[in-house]
Design a binder for this molecule. Structure first.
Ligand code: ATP
Length: 239
């Protein structure tokens, strides 16, 4: 079994005095995808914000590479945690290449290292290479989502956190984005993916975790998850 990158145990977090997440646990391993599912308002984004240091952890632990994280958000990026927030928009009036170069900004890389990173992104997402000189606004929603992911990859993360990359995309494009995300596993990257597209995301997942009202109610290996249990947890027993 591959190395554990992220281990969240009994997480409690929220906004100021408001506790939204009461007991969330999940694991992400290198070269694997963990999908975090749950209805609107269940606490998925809030969980991601605690993992990335944007929200305060008030109980439980967030361990990354065996160390409990307490440092601020920007230091977590430097440690290899990249986060593509929900509805993340690229810089529409900049070219694809300029968008990618901005993604590498946080790493203070040499020009040569930056160029090498950009080339790697073009290998992963050939469409970005083909359109490198065009402005981002000229691309489709799915391509812009891939650019947003490419931008996050420019920081050379070990753990990539994606909040609903399929949002607002047509079903056929959702499948394509999921395929591309799935391909990232071969680079050894661990991915924590929050999704509403249940079937498509479970199809590429190694681990699945479901949150209901701030608590993890179902988790396990994707191959062993019973879809009926998943439906019940996800739809609160109405499926
Ligand atoms: P969605 O799919 O709608 O994004 P989610 O599972 O990601 O759902 P969260 O965004 O984590 O849910 O929200 C969980 C709860 O926290 C909701 O009740 C929401 O109203 C509340 N919440 C979110 N952001 C804030 C905030 N900035 N201040 C106070 N409460 C918030």
């Amino acid at each position: 079994m591959s190395d554990v990158l992220l281990e969240v145990a009994g997480l409690k977090t929220g906004y100021g005095d408001l506790t939204v997440v009461r007991d969330v646990s999940l694991t992400v391993r290198a070269g694997e995808i963990t999908v975090l599912l749950g209805r609107n308002g269940a606490g998925k984004t809030t969980t991601l914000r605690a993992i990335t240091g944007l929200n305060k952890v008030s109980g439980g632990t967030v361990d990354y590479l065996g160390e409990t994280l307490t440092d601020p958000s920007h230091k977590r990026v430097a440690k290899g945690i990249s986060y593509v927030q929900e509805g993340k928009r690229v810089f529409r009036e900049l070219t694809i290449e300029q968008n990618l170069l901005l993604g590498g900004f946080s790493r203070r890389m040499s020009k040569r290292a930056l160029a090498a990173s950009v080339d790697e992104i073009y290998q992963l997402f050939p469409i970005l290479g083909t359109k490198r000189a065009l402005i981002a606004a000229s691309m489709s929603g799915g391509q812009q989502q891939m650019l947003a992911i490419g931008q996050a990859l420019m920081a050379r993360p070990k753990l990539l956190i994606l909040d609903e990359p399929s949002q607002g995309l047509a079903p056929v494009i959702v499948k394509e984005v999921m395929e591309r995300v799935s391909e990232l596993k071969s680079t050894g990257l661990g991915v924590l993916l929050v999704e509403q597209a249940v079937q498509d995301s479970v199809a590429i997942a190694d681990q699945v975790s479901v949150i209901e009202m701030g608590r993890t109610t179902l988790h396990g290996a994707a191959a062993e998850i019973n879809m009926d249990d998943l439906q019940r947890a996800y739809f609160g027993g109405t499926a």
